[in-house]
Design a protein around this ligand. Structure first.
Ligand SMILES: C[S@+](CC[C@H](N)C(=O)[O-])C[C@H]1O[C@@H](n2cnc3c(N)ncnc32)[C@H](O)[C@@H]1O
Length: 332
């Protein structure tokens, strides 16, 4: 942990592959190999669950999702996420899979000086990715999407041939980053002193008490409570994942939510439920994929007292349209 506090803002990496012989693809990767990759990143698995579509792991610092031809790995704190790129590409190759696309995103760190190389600056991260990814991923773009506050959205994407470029599959990814959480609501993510319970049991209670279960009642939830505070959960619902992470400490409180949606109607309800769980003073909402996904976000947040402060949009190879919007409460 940084001397001053825990860095909640996650780094997120998505690697897309092709050529999976057999249905399981990357899911055939030995757990011991995954553990070694995570060791290099400096985190461990605390809980795991899977279904017919994918495997989901709650990590000591956020989450990992393994699909037959896609890996999403999200880590916070002072982890070195990008150290996973080379071993993941190499392991995939031993399974007959070739990397086709890479997407790396993150917000603005609360404690940037505590980040180790290559996460010390976005420039270092981009150079590291460019040096580490196979040269075949030659269509690249890196950009920092700005806002009226300190919050920025850092995006790097890379893919190979034009044929590997982004294809609209009707889905988009929603990523929410919330800071300055309501103190009373944040207290739901502190464990009772000496409660003598496992992280899983305490996590399940937090999921219910905080109202996270109601965000998607169809999801199978894998949750974990850290000691003395902190919470992570992965939800799995068919082929779709959702994930929530909470750093509740006052002064650097942070919570994130991420999921995949097919329609605006679907996600607007989830967005409102998530905001009610945390009542953040400030938040950002990033939508990646379908261009029109951002519409309706401001209207959904307005009744909850959140006012749009900025909106930025850009196009990325392998990702489609990214729209980054920031909000503040009226009390600010
Ligand atoms: C891993 S969780 C959630 C991470 C997520 N990115 C976030 O900040 O929302 C981080 C929270 O758990 C707490 N925590 C307690 N023990 C921890 C551990 N061994 N590893 C990581 N976090 C721990 C941290 O202080 C922090 O409040």
């Amino acid at each position: 942990m940084a001397v001053s506090g825990f860095e909640g803002f996650e780094k997120r990496l998505e690697l897309r592959f092709s050529g999976a012989p057999g249905k399981k693809g990357l899911r055939r990767l030995d757990f011991s190999k995954l553990e070694k990759v995570l060791h290099a990143v400096q985190c461990t698995v605390v809980s795991a669950v899977g279904n017919t579509h994918f495997d989901s792991y709650v990590l000591s610092e956020s989450s990992l999702f393994v699909y037959p031809t896609k890996i999403i790995i999200k880590t916070c704190g002072t982890t070195q996420l990008l150290k996973s790129v080379r071993p993941l590409v190499d392991h995939a190759s031993t399974l007959g899979l070739t990397i086709r696309g890479c997407r790396y995103t993150r917000g603005t760190f609360i404690f940037p000086a505590a980040q180790p190389y290559p996460h010390s600056t976005f420039k270092h991260e981009v150079l590291y990715l460019e040096e580490t990814l196979p040269k075949t991923l030659s269509i690249k773009k890196a950009a920092v999407m700005t806002s009226k506050s300190l919050h920025k959205w850092h995006v790097f994407t890379a893919c190979g041939y034009a044929a590997d470029n982004y294809k609209d599959d009707g889905l988009f990814t929603l990523e929410i980053c919330m800071t300055d959480l309501d103190r009373l609501l944040a207290s739901n993510f502190f464990r009772r002193f000496n409660d003598a319970r496992t992280g899983d049991l305490a996590g399940t209670e937090m999921t219910d008490v905080a109202g996270i279960r109601s965000v998607n009642r169809n999801a199978l939830v894998c949750d974990y409570a850290f000691d003395p505070c902190g919470y992570s959960m992965n939800g799995i619902d068919g082929s779709r994942y959702s994930t929530v992470h909470v750093t509740p400490e006052d002064g650097f409180s942070y919570a994130s939510f991420e999921s995949v949606y097919g329609s605006r109607e679907e996600f607007v309800e989830a967005l409102q439920k998530v905001v009610k769980v945390f009542r953040p003073g400030e938040m950002s909402v990033s939508t990646t994929g379908r261009e029109e996904a951002w519409r309706g976000v401001a209207k959904a947040l307005e009744p909850l007292g959140l006012r749009v402060r900025s909106r930025a949009a850009d196009e990325f190879p392998d990702a489609g349209t990214v729209v980054f919007q920031t909000f503040t409460t009226r009390r600010k």
